[in-house]
Design a protein around this ligand. Sequence first.
Ligand SMILES: [Zn+2]
Ligand SMILES: [Zn+2]
Length: 145
Amino acid sequence: MDSGDSPPHDPAEPAELPPMQCDACEGALQSPERDMLSFLLVDQLTAPIIGCDDHRQQFASICGYTTDATADLLDHRPAGGVRCPSCGLAAHTPHQPLVPVAGGAVAILVCPEHQSELINRFRTGLDTHHQLTTQLDTAGPHDVL
Ligand SMILES: [Zn+2]
Ligand SMILES: [Zn+2]
């Protein structure tokens, strides 16, 4: 082992990202271009989220369990933009808390108020999803996937 040759670490960047198994999410979160940005539309809320395609989709579909309408994921800024002014400001905050999503993690660029709303939705959606999955499991074994 060559102890003199440590891996490069940016001292300006605190190691606050939790370990995650998804390289694509990690790459998206660390990309300064933010080209992995999508807009989640659920009910009246427009939330910019960052993560890889898979995990953004998962986050959106889980949140979709909590609404009678659908949770849409757009690859571009929606016509109305982000409705909440505080959320608009939050998009420029460099460090956002991450929401773990099945092996990856997404960042939601919204104000604290809407962040807790979305995280609540996500948790509720996960419960619903879990119940549905359990029901499917008890209905009979299937190895399709
Ligand atoms: Zn991912
Ligand atoms: Zn907001």
